[in-house]
Design a protein around this ligand. Structure first.
Ligand SMILES: [Zn+2]
Length: 365
């Protein structure tokens, strides 16, 4: 497992560098081609290829499908390995993309190996989908993964687990960005202040209003992360803009926030508001993961492993599949810490445990 992980990590695959991502896709494809599976390399125009790998049970009469979903792209630009090399120390494996989520792909590969070597009886077809652009919003993979999810009875997402206990993610917040653009009227701040409509003042009033929508106990957060507007202090600005991060734990709350956003009215006479964007990934509500988690917990117990669950504040492609009503369990991948940071690592001894749990899950699907 370590050797395979080393190969995958040492082949850097930033989402935004197509040639590098394609090279990693073909490395991963070649590794899977050495198994009894069908490997499809789905070339993309602007991004790395997506990989669809299909395992059909012996006898070839599957009763349904399980989708194993993940991504091989990382947030690290080519050359990051020089500062952040693949290394093993104190039972931890460091390197860009180890935790998020190349180890998850390796674990899935070895789960499949275990099932094939044992000639385990499987009822369902297994589709592994490794995409190239999850870290930048899944634009090129969204249709593909949603179509594959619709054909599936369940989706297991090989994204990292949470914390040293490797908690599975049974709920994820929905996320999105909204833009609030204020159109005012420019004027000279000294000579004709009465003719101006100050877009910055108006934006400030709107931001004060939406700040009240925060409700952390319900899992709703609204965060103005970027503001811009104005040219000089003696000019009444005619335009100002804010980009706001939106999060919600419940679909009903997501809808309510979007509705309130669209219903915002200007406070200053003469100002106009333009609202763009909104949630891009709906929440993964626990009801979509509960049954799968219960099965995973029961199997883990039989195997002498402990697993727990948590709610994640960030979104993943699991949000997209759950939004279609397909049972989805996320965080089935590596155990470790430090995603998207120089200290990114996984805990080596958990790799075979997680692969075994995944194999058990597939046998009981
Ligand atoms: Zn990820």
């Amino acid at each position: 497992m370590l050797e395979t992980l080393k190969e995958f990590v040492c082949c850097e695959s930033p989402s935004t560098e197509k040639a590098a991502a394609d090279a990693c896709a073909s490395l991963i494809a070649n590794t899977w081609k050495r198994r009894r599976v069908q490997v499809e390399v789905l070339e993309q125009k602007h991004r790395g290829a997506h990989l669809r790998i299909t395992h059909v049970p012996e006898g070839g009469n599957p009763r349904g499908q399980v989708l194993l979903l993940g991504h091989y792209d990382t947030v690290y630009a080519s050359g990051t390995l020089l500062k952040m090399p693949f290394r093993i120390a104190g039972g931890k494996i460091f390197g860009p993309g180890t935790f998020d989520m190349k180890a998850g792909i390796v674990q899935a590969l070895f789960a499949l190996d275990a099932l094939q070597q044992l000639a385990a009886p499987l009822a369902k077809r297994i589709v592994f989908l490794w995409t190239s652009d999850e870290e930048i919003g899944s634009e090129s993979s969204r249709k593909l993964l949603e179509a594959e999810a619709r054909r599936s009875d369940a989706v297991l997402v090989l994204e990292p687990a949470l914390g040293p206990q490797g908690l599975l993610k049974t709920a994820r917040k929905g996320v999105g960005d909204a833009e609030i653009i204020v159109h005012g009227r420019a004027s000279h701040a000294g000579l004709a202040p009465e003719k101006g409509v100050n877009a910055i003042h108006e934006l400030a009033l709107q931001l004060t209003r939406i700040k009240q929508w925060n409700n952390l106990t319900r899992g709703i957060s609204v965060n103005a992360g970027v503001i811009e507007g104005g040219t000089r202090s003696n000019v009444i600005p005619d335009r100002a803009r804010a980009v706001v991060d939106l999060r919600a734990l419940r679909i009903a709350d997501m809808r309510a926030i979007e509705k309130r956003l669209r219903a915002l009215k200007p406070v200053s006479p003469g100002a106009k508001l333009e609202i763009r964007g909104g949630f891009s990934r709906a929440p993964l509500e626990r009801k979509h993961s509960a049954a799968l988690f219960q099965r995973a917990a029961m199997l883990a117990k039989q195997m002498g492993l402990k697993i727990g669950e948590c709610t994640a504040g960030g979104g993943s492609d699991g949000n997209l599949t759950a939004a279609l009503g397909i049972p989805t369990l996320d965080g089935f991948g590596a155990v470790g810490d430090g995603a998207h940071s120089p200290g990114e690592h996984i805990i080596a001894k958990t790799m075979p445990e997680r692969a075994a749990l995944l194999a058990a899950m597939l046998m009981h699907s």
